[in-house]
Design a binder for this molecule. Sequence first.
Ligand SMILES: [Fe+2]
Length: 241
Amino acid sequence: MNDFDPVRATNRPELLSAICQMGALNWAFTTKDLYDPAALRDFPAVQASYHALPPDPEPGNRLRAHSRFSLSHETGELLLMDGSDYSQSAEYNDDSGGKVRHFAAVSQEVLASSTLHHLIQIYEIIARATQPQLFAERDVTIGVHQIRYAPCGLAPAYSNPIVPHRDDERIVVVLLSSVSQNMAGDQNYLGQDRRNLGHCFRLQRPLDALVLGPDQYHGVGVMHSIDGRPAHRDILLVTFM
Ligand SMILES: [Fe+2]
């Protein structure tokens, strides 16, 4: 996979900064500077893999794949779990909560990539530092979602739910893999509740990421193509629950 040293990594200022932001705000913005470039050597292949994603059957003009790992409490080992279905609780998603959504599994190439394992290692450090109780007594489920938002012509692409919401997962990393220049409307917003939005910005460069802490209200705008030609915004979600 990669030669990652978690002790050395925690001394890096970018990582400490992300942990401090999480403590102060319950969210953080991170960039490519958080990562070891050598561990991301296969990131171009991960980016290219979005072209082969199958459609998400839900409305929203997205393509999607999903897989999960289990992080063993006893051994720290990361094990791929069976199945790629996904569901959210009705309490957190009043649109498709409680419903089982059927997604294709993430490709073996991406699941085995140095990039994905490095991202999981980095965000596991942030998750352990900010949500230690999550790791205290049981195995942690790490979700991986590849999502392509693909507006075209006058057809928008959008998230589910479309309104400000919280996620079931305790830590959610929204990482930009790639975005086309003709994409618009893709601003992320954050709020203290559904009606009080406090921050709004775009993920613009590859590896820009928004890290959400527990029960953080958030959402993303309705996306459209500026020139009508196919546009894309490719997101990798890494979640801890
Ligand atoms: Fe969400």
